[in-house]
Design a binder for this molecule. Structure first.
Ligand SMILES: [Zn+2]
Length: 477
């Protein structure tokens, strides 16, 4: 069924911008406060209250548009989008219609298994969020803390062709907005939302009728909803039916999409220029701040981690996914540690400690200097990899330097031949049958003997030296 139809998917992604205050007033833009605490006459839509532009939101909007290779507006306008809904106190939303911050862009996206693809961006525009309605039994409650929150909407062209591709695109997009510091990009918490437009048609016939999907609260739900909708529409077309232009909601309890409302065009909103906000004309200083904010993007970072440091794509993915991890990686390598060792420790032991403590790397006691010192102690043979794990734990617990911990605990590796030979002799004397078995060819028991030697030395004997001495004694005597 799928082979004979082609699917086109375009997205409308809404981002809560990372600003201290709302879009048009100085109320805090903050989650989790008591309901209706962060409100004022402007965001409550009182008559006569005058909105004022949040310059930081303008910067973040232009930065995002710049990162998406858009044509940036030299003069950008706000408009009123009229509609009535209880969570919208003004009965209109201040948005952008003509000359939004950016148009006609593209972004090279990492679509996972599909590889890279350039996705065209139709436009990037700023607007304000509505309040929140909470339905509780017979009554509906309203919380306006979110009303007026700065929102950035990114509209893509229909350049995605399956639910899987779209999920991968959204995950890549999340990396991008986090890297740029534009938004938390968290779909589960609502700081990023995504509506999808999907149309399907028989191969070769061009775009079909557009259906809009809403209410998908994670990249995974977006994939499920799109795949459900692809199958539903294909089955309908196959039976000779017609697709109706409509908005459908994803029902995550039933795993289906359901009709919400039929056909709606921009005419319905009766856009007109917002009379209370003058056009925004960025100056040169503004644009140079935007250029400064344009950090290395996640895909470029991944490619560099592979090319420059010889990391596997999987390890590179892991490193770039968290900015604090990426920073620690590069700083530690710049001090002289081996990139592969640093990456391996970050993705295994350091990650384990962070998971166990339920914390992130940002602001942790593991600085680049301490990390480099720890890896140097291993490279020099001063401590074994096993002891190093214990030292790492202690760095997190006490915030002390690895060398100081090793010294205080007497954990330095034993590299004295005579001392190690003594451990080996004691183990062999205590286990004559095992020693005899190894001598006659049972090599599995050799590992057991090594284990006994390491235990006797409390993990401090140099494993390489102990192995060499054990082999010599077993094979030569
Ligand atoms: Zn306000």
């Amino acid at each position: 069924m799928r082979g004979s139809y082609k699917t086109w998917i375009g997205l409308e992604i809404h981002l809560h911008l990372k600003t201290d205050s709302k879009m048009f007033c100085s109320c805090p833009a903050r989650y989790g406060d008591e309901a209706n605490r962060n409100v004022c006459p402007v965001c409550m839509g009182y008559p006569g209250a005058l909105p004022r532009l949040n310059e930081r939101a303008m910067e973040l909007g232009y930065l995002m548009a710049r990162a998406l290779n858009c044509r940036l507006s030299a003069k950008t306008f706000f408009a009123r989008k009229n509609y009535f809904y209880p969570d919208m106190p003004k009965n209109y939303q201040i948005s952008q219609f003509e000359d939004p911050v950016g148009t006609e862009g593209f972004i090279l996206a990492d679509l996972g298994e599909v590889g890279e693809r350039s996705i065209r961006i139709h436009d990037v525009h700023l607007e304000e969020d509505a309040g929140k309605m909470i339905h509780a039994g017979d009554v509906s409650l309203l919380d306006f803390n979110r009303a007026g929150y700065p929102l950035l909407e990114v509209v893509t062209e229909p350049d995605l062709y399956s639910g899987e591709e779209t999920e991968a695109f959204l995950r890549d997009f999340q990396r991008l907005v986090r890297r740029l510091g534009v938004s938390d990009g968290n779909m589960e918490e609502g700081s990023m939302k995504c509506d999808a437009n999907i149309s399907i048609n028989p191969e070769g016939k061009g775009l079909g009728t557009k259906v809009e999907l809403k209410n998908m609260n994670s990249p995974r739900f977006v994939r499920l909803a799109l795949n459900y909708e692809t199958a539903r529409q294909a089955a309908m077309l196959k039976d000779g039916g017609t697709i109706i232009q409509e908005t459908r909601l994803w029902n995550e309890n039933r795993d289906v999409t359901e009709t919400m409302r039929r056909k709606e065009t921009s005419d319905d909103y009766r856009y007109f220029p917002e009379p209370d906000i003058p056009p925004f004309v960025p100056d040169e200083a503004f644009f140079s701040r935007i250029e400064k904010g344009l950090v290395e993007l996640p895909l470029a970072l991944k490619k560099r981690l592979v090319a420059e440091y010889g990391l596997t794509p999987d390890l590179a993915d892991f490193i770039r996914d968290d900015e604090a991890v990426a920073r620690l990686f590069e700083e530690t390598v710049s001090l002289g540690s081996s990139p592969r060792d640093v990456a391996a420790w970050l993705s295994s032991d350091v990650r384990k400690v962070l998971n166990r403590e339920g914390r992130g790397l940002a602001g942790s006691p593991l600085t680049a200097a301490r990390f480099h010192e720890l890896l140097s102690l291993i490279a020099e043979g001063s401590i074994s990899g096993k002891i190093a794990k214990g030292v790492l734990d202690r760095v997190f617990q006490d915030g002390e330097d690895p060398a100081a911990i090793v010294k205080a605990e007497g954990w330095a590796q034993i590299t004295d031949t005579g001392q190690i030979a003594e451990f080996v002799d004691r183990v062999l004397e205590a286990n004559p049958q095992v020693a005899e078995a190894v001598r006659t060819g049972d090599m599995r028991q050799r590992g057991w003997l090594m284990g006994q030697i390491m235990r006797l030395s409390e993990g401090k004997a140099s494993p390489e030296m102990a192995q060499r001495i054990l082999d010599k004694k077993l094979l030569d005597e």
